[in-house]
Design a binder for this molecule. Structure first.
Ligand SMILES: *Cc1c(COP(=O)(O)O)cnc(C)c1O
Length: 405
């Protein structure tokens, strides 16, 4: 084998398939995928083995709550996909991963900075749950470096980031925000669900901790819930201790599904990105649409930053209906779509549409952002693996059915 690290798509295929997890000791050959090891109890060989104890690390049998080979294989694979990470912890959902990472890093009296366009449950954890522990969360505008910088104080210990922002899809200057946090001795945590390390190698760009909802792209088939946290040592050890204290564990069946999803993730993301770019372009040319919030589309500052920092995208973006549309027209549009399910989550093989109204959530920046012609009514699309021509035809019919033109 050459010393040069393989490219991400190759790692997505190879990672985590260690021989000890895909073969039987003493037998030649093996299988492609680590089997599903269902286990609560792990056994010791004898009393001497038991008394010797086990390192608290993946790869050592101890007890089901610390996972077995199927979960270890997934952790190993995710760690190998994230350059700069020394380990990965799994959680039963993305929200559980975010909550646990924040609890691991913050102590009473600390201040956490949260972007105004954060995923809403993240905002609720920060401003709600953490308050009970006397941790102060301060929302900041991730596009306004002054607003960000002036929120720091000696008690600021961590910064949460998301790029693009949830729903409104702004790309922020993550390397700069992370560098400022670093100068201020605060840890930077990024929710990297949109890009995954394939599209944005977060630790290599200066973040300390990368969180993902594996429910989305890694699962990829809308049939599992899971989350992950990846980081370098010693941070990953703090996350691991917190996760173990809180009894966080995922089933081996779900871990096997996540591994299955991971193998095709680069291909799926490539296809969804290409289709999303085409659908976004189509929407930007329609009179019923006042703005397409999609970093893949050329001509915006978001796109410039995306091109500078990212190596890929995905199928998730939003658009805003033009003035003249009302909530009923938006409902008619979404109801008329044949190929878009109405549902939360995203990153599956199937396309989805969901309405959103961020005005009550955002407090630092008015919505819609500088779009005077807009109605403020948002629709978020998750573009799946259908043929883009069919998706465009479906949306075209739907926009016609609003009767606005
Ligand atoms: C869905 C989502 C999450 C939460 O993931 P779950 O697995 O649904 O708990 C976190 N962050 C972002 C950006 C998401 O879209």
């Amino acid at each position: 084998m050459s010393d040069k690290p393989h490219k991400p798509a190759t790692r997505a295929v190879e990672a985590g398939r260690r021989r000890e997890w895909t073969s039987v000791p003493g037998q030649s050959g093996g299988v492609v995928n680590p089997p599903v090891w269902r286990a609560s109890t792990h056994l010791y060989d004898d009393m001497a083995d038991h008394l010797a104890g086990r390192p608290n690390e993946d790869g050592h049998f101890y007890y089901g709550r610390r996972g077995g080979p199927t979960q270890w294989a997934l952790c190993d694979a995710l760690t190998q996909l994230e350059p700069g990470a020394d380990g990965t912890e799994l959680f039963p959902s993305g929200v559980a991963a975010i909550a646990c990472a924040l609890l691991a890093l913050l102590r009473p009296g600390d201040v956490l900075l949260v972007p105004d366009n954060a995923y809403e449950p993240t905002r609720n954890i920060a401003l709600g749950m953490l308050k009970q522990f006397d941790i102060e969360a301060r929302p900041f505008d991730p596009l306004d470096i002054d607003d960000y910088t002036k929120n720091f104080c000696p008690r600021t210990k961590a910064v949460m980031m998301e790029s693009p922002g949830s729903l409104t899809m702004e790309i922020c200057d993550v390397p700069l925000l992370a560098a400022i946090a670093h100068d201020q001795k605060a840890l930077s945590i990024i929710d990297n669900t949109w890009a995954t390390p394939l599209g944005f190698p977060a630790l290599a760009r200066g973040c300390d901790i990368a969180v993902m909802s594996l429910t989305k792209h890694v699962g990829g088939h809308s049939d599992i819930m899971m989350g992950s946290v990846s980081a370098a040592k010693p941070l990953i050890g703090r996350i691991r201790r917190q996760a173990q204290l809180m009894g966080q564990v995922v089933s081996p069946d779900d871990a096997a599904l996540a591994l299955r999803g991971l193998r095709t993730m680069p291909l799926r993301l490539e296809r969804a990105t290409e289709s999303a770019r085409r659908v976004a372009q189509f929407l930007s040319e329609r009179p019923e649409v006042s703005a397409v919030l999609c970093p893949l589309l050329p001509g915006t500052h978001d796109h410039e930053l995306w091109q500078r920092d990212f190596t890929g995208g995905c199928g998730l973006f939003s658009f805003v209906l033009a003035k003249g549309a009302d909530a009923n027209a938006r409902s008619r549009l979404i109801d008329s779509l044949d190929l878009f399910g109405i549902g939360y989550s995203w990153g599956g093989f199937e396309s989805l549409a969901i309405p959103f109204d961020p005005a009550p959530i955002h407090t630092r920046r008015p919505w819609p952002p500088g779009i005077d012609s807009g109605s403020g009514l948002g629709v978020r699309l998750s573009i799946g693996l259908e043929d883009a021509d069919d998706l465009i035809a479906d949306l075209s019919r739907g926009l016609d059915s609003m009767g606005m033109a």
